[in-house]
Write a protein that binds this ligand. Structure first.
Ligand code: PFF
Length: 440
């Protein structure tokens, strides 16, 4: 049977942007910015995204389009040996990340519905509300199941009819919702203080930790380091489409989405005197408080969590596709079996994460099961994966890399890109890994 492919360039761009833009942009980026001092963090983040992020994305696209294979198959075909480990780590990361990502995706569904049932009210304590909800085992598992079922359904339908068509509708919808919310947020009285916090850098706030947080966030947000962009790149049919251009567009869309999400969160948080450094609870605890004080707050809240849910869904699809593509290419499973079977296992793996937030006491190494998986995947799997991918492209297959990116862009561009892959990105990533383990 012929391998599936994107219907066109636009479909690929939107699907890849759909993968990149997710909880990482709308939930994680603003809270990290808030906790790391605002504009200075944003500046460092942008710098990293434009150099290392863009380069690793282009590296993944080149591997994917050249081999037309999933992450594991691509490394096996190009070199084999220990390099396959990079592919295997990617598939493992797909399993692990999706298992807890879907739990948080489930929270967003709950919050869309709850926007209309008393959650958005000045008499509701949003901290208690959130903590009660995540400690309710049957509910969190139920919403996790619903989110996972939708993800499986889209992947089951395939690359063109499922992923591409879904993203073609949901991505423009996402940007439209974002714009509506920004207009509301920046016109609130007192919004200016938030914009100032967000855009006025204070470089004394930058520490080694800030830079590490920005690096890790760049990888997670751009869906890099686990072969996701290898997999999506492998569905590109035309050898003529420019990969540097695709990587530039997707990097730009992802960064804009994160940047724009900040224009919803910070003006709103400052206008109502909430705390920007509240951490992971910023979205689920602070924003409902703020919505409760806004006229029409229920509708704004439902719209916001719908935005978050849509963004999470198009990313979850790509996480599942990494594993499903491996099963289809290498194990010769039919797509429906791969989507349902693998999706089912990931659902089960997510149950302990769903329960670990208060329903049962499930702490390992001082972290809840969900936080532990988040820690392992972000600090080990994605970072080591990204390091291996850039070394691989820079040193093992530079000729293929040049061929996949040649004829587009001037010579200097290619040289700079390859040296970022060979030296700059690996060294920087190495530093993240050491930092992740507190070794300096
Ligand atoms: N990029 C997604 C986000 O920002 O939420 C998360 C993600 C998706 C990470 C796919 C990795 C991946 F392969």
């Amino acid at each position: 049977m012929e391998r599936e492919s994107w219907g066109g360039k636009m479909g690929f761009w939107l699907a890849a942007a759909g993968s990149a833009i997710g909880l990482g942009n709308i939930w994680r980026f603003p809270y990290l910015t808030g906790a790391n001092g605002g504009a200075a963090f944003v500046f460092i983040y942008l710098l990293i995204v434009l150099t290392i992020g863009f380069s690793v994305m282009l590296a993944e696209f080149a591997i994917g389009r050249h081999t037309n294979l999933n992450a594991v198959g691509a490394f096996q075909k190009l070199k084999g040996g220990p390099w396959q480990i990079a592919g295997w780590m990617g598939v493992l990361a797909g399993f692990v990340i999706l298992s807890f990502y879907s739990v948080i995706g489930g929270w967003t569904i709950k919050y869309i519905l709850s926007s209309f049932t008393g959650m958005i009210s000045t008499s509701t304590n949003s901290t208690d509300y959130f903590l009660n909800f995540i400690a309710n085992g049957p509910q969190t598992v139920l919403y996790h199941a619903i989110f996972m079922a939708i993800t499986i359904f889209v992947v089951y339908r395939g690359v063109g009819k499922g992923i591409e068509d879904t993203c073609k509708i949901l991505m423009p919808a996402l940007f439209a919702i974002l714009v509506i919310l920004i207009i509301r947020a920046v016109t609130l009285p007192g919004a200016l203080a938030g914009i100032d916090f967000y855009l006025n850098p204070d470089f004394s706030k930058i520490t080694g930790k800030t830079i590490l947080a920005a690096l890790g966030q760049a990888f997670f947000s751009l869906s890099l380091g686990m072969g996701c962009m290898i997999t999506y790149g492998s569905y590109i049919k035309s050898k003529k489409d420019s990969l540097p251009k695709a990587a530039a567009i997707i990097t730009l869309l992802d960064t804009s989405a994160a940047f724009l999400a900040g224009f919803v969160i910070f003006p709103t948080v400052f206008a109502f005197g909430a705390e920007p450094g509240a951490g992971p609870g910023l979205t689920f605890i602070t924003l409902p408080k703020v919505f409760a004080l806004m006229p029409g707050g229920q509708v704004w809240s439902a719209l916001f969590f719908l935005l978050l849910c849509v963004a999470a869904l198009t990313s979850a699809i790509s996480l599942l596709e990494v594993v499903v593509a491996y099963a289809i290419d290498n194990l010769k499973w039919p797509r429906h079996k791969a989507a349902i079977g693998i999706g089912g296992v990931i659902f089960l793996l997510g149950v302990p994460s769903a329960l670990s937030q208060g329903a049962v006491s499930l702490n390992i190494l001082g972290m809840s099961f969900l936080d532990l998986l988040d820690f392992i995947s972000n600090n080990i799997l994605l970072t080591v994966g990204g390091l291996l991918i850039s070394l691989f492209v820079g040193w093992v297959i530079p000729d293929i890399a040049k061929k996949e990116t040649t004829s587009h862009g001037p010579f200097a561009f290619q040289t700079i890109w390859l040296w970022i892959c060979r030296v700059v990105a690996p060294v920087a990533i190495f530093i993240i890994i050491l930092g992740g383990f507190g070794l300096f």
